[in-house]
Design a protein around this ligand. Structure first.
Ligand code: PMP
Length: 411
């Protein structure tokens, strides 16, 4: 175990009599002890409901919760903590924007532009909004190099466009998308830009002010934080003009019998008791990544992808999807083996202790566009090594042999 791996006790185990190699980080990452300790310590020393109490534990819990918000604000360089809203995750954040800003601002005849590579979370909310409002949903497709077609985007985004919503990084192919350019295009036509940061915030430095995105959603669990917590960043002016997402406690100014007023930002969007411990854990994850340095995280993943991609592509009967240029790649690599269903590949790899995902990866329109039903996907993070990439390559070779000869050494 190297120094970073020591922070992740879960990695130190055998699966099917082999040392575990965890390559399913795009689905969810593992948590370092720094995060699990922060969760335990919160529950053991400070736990109380936030904002409402005057007793000491309530004050401590509130201070922890708001400190976590400021850590996340810094992590994505938002201008102020009021622009950082705690959500359940990316899906929740994107639905929030569609059900508030979208409901209020999209009407019949308007257009919404997304990309063909979107995760269902950044697709269905816009698809359903367009259907409900009589608006048109338009898709940016891919160039032959597997990158978003910016020429097509420039034609699709017009004065009719109200919302452009695109992932910063693809969860299937690992492509890092030029969302700063897309946000600029959207703004030139009076539209807003919504970024899906689920696969970017954990892996590359994100500066929402520099990107000039209007909204940006991401999940805690993919960046080593707890599940059930995430962030929606939104520009203050937009958030202030939006109606609340949910109604209930915490989000009110004053409630009368027949009308109510709403709390200030960010509480207007945090109805009910929040995932307080989750926020604290997410703050600890942001601290952990900050300490290592996001530039180092990116460089480490790119080094592994640089090492893996040519070897994977040189393997007989292997097709790799996504951009050729490792500089445009996160640690996510999608591939298929000729004649084998990716589920069989993933099952065979698991027998070798290598955990990868197989399926449509919640991106069925992309699969259809690529003429596929599914792929296998290996996704690397900062605790993975080139040795893990080698284990994947060896296990793939063994998988190919097994299916060729129809037998495998049983363990
Ligand atoms: N967008 C992308 C690009 C994703 O990879 C994911 C998670 N696979 C999501 C959205 C949804 O994230 P969550 O399930 O945490 O809400």
């Amino acid at each position: 175990m190297n120094e970073i791996q020591k922070d992740f006790p879960i990695l130190n185990q055998q699966v099917n009599d082999e040392q575990l190699v965890y390559l399913d980080n795009a689905a969810t990452a593992q948590r370092p002890t720094q995060v699990t300790t922060a969760l335990t310590e919160f529950y053991q020393t400070d736990n109380a409901n936030v904002h409402r109490g005057v007793h000491t534990l309530a004050e401590r819990a509130t201070a922890d919760y708001e400190a976590a918000r400021r850590k996340l604000q810094k992590f994505i360089n938002a201008k102020e903590p009021e622009e950082v809203i705690f959500t359940k995750g990316t899906t929740d954040g994107l639905n929030l924007v569609a059900s508030t800003y979208g409901q209020q601002n999209v009407k019949a005849g308007d257009e919404i532009v997304i990309s063909i590579t979107e995760h269902h979370s950044n697709l269905i909310p816009w698809q359903q909004l367009a259907l409900e409002k009589g608006a048109t949903l338009k898709y940016i497709h891919l160039t032959d190099d597997g990158e978003l077609d910016l020429d097509e985007a420039a034609k699709l985004i017009t004065d009719k466009t109200k919302i452009v919503a695109v992932a910063h990084a693809s969860n299937v192919m690992g492509t890092i998308n030029p969302i700063k350019q897309l946000a600029k295009l959207a703004h030139e036509h009076g539209a807003i830009f919504v970024g899906d940061g689920a696969q970017s915030v954990p892996h590359i430095a994100v500066d929402v002010q520099d990107l000039d995105v209007d909204f940006y959603a991401f999940s805690g669990h993919k960046m080593m934080g707890p599940t059930g917590i995430g962030i929606l960043y939104g520009k203050r002016a937009l958030l202030e003009a939006m109606k609340p997402y949910q109604y209930g406690g915490e989000m009110i100014g004053f409630v009368h019998q027949f009308e109510s007023t709403w709390a200030e930002l960010p509480y207007k969007f945090e109805a009910g008791t929040q995932n307080i411990a989750g926020a604290v854990g997410l703050g600890a994850a942001a601290d952990y990544l900050t300490e290592i340095g996001m530039a180092n995280v990116t460089a480490h993943e790119q080094e592994i992808v640089n090492y893996l991609l040519p070897k994977l592509e040189a393997m007989d009967g292997v097709t790799v999807y996504g951009p050729q240029d490792p500089a445009k790649h996160t640690g996510v690599v999608a591939f298929n083996l000729d004649g084998l269903h990716p589920h069989d590949v993933a099952t065979a790899l698991d027998m070798e202790g290598v955990a990868v995902r197989a399926g449509h990866h919640c991106a069925q329109p992309l699969m259809e566009y690529l003429g596929l039903t599914a792929t296998a996907r290996a996704s690397f993070y900062l605790y993975n090594t080139k040795a893990d990439a080698d284990r994947l390559l060896t296990a793939l070779q063994e998988t190919k042999e097994f299916f060729k000869h129809g037998s495998i050494e049983t363990k």
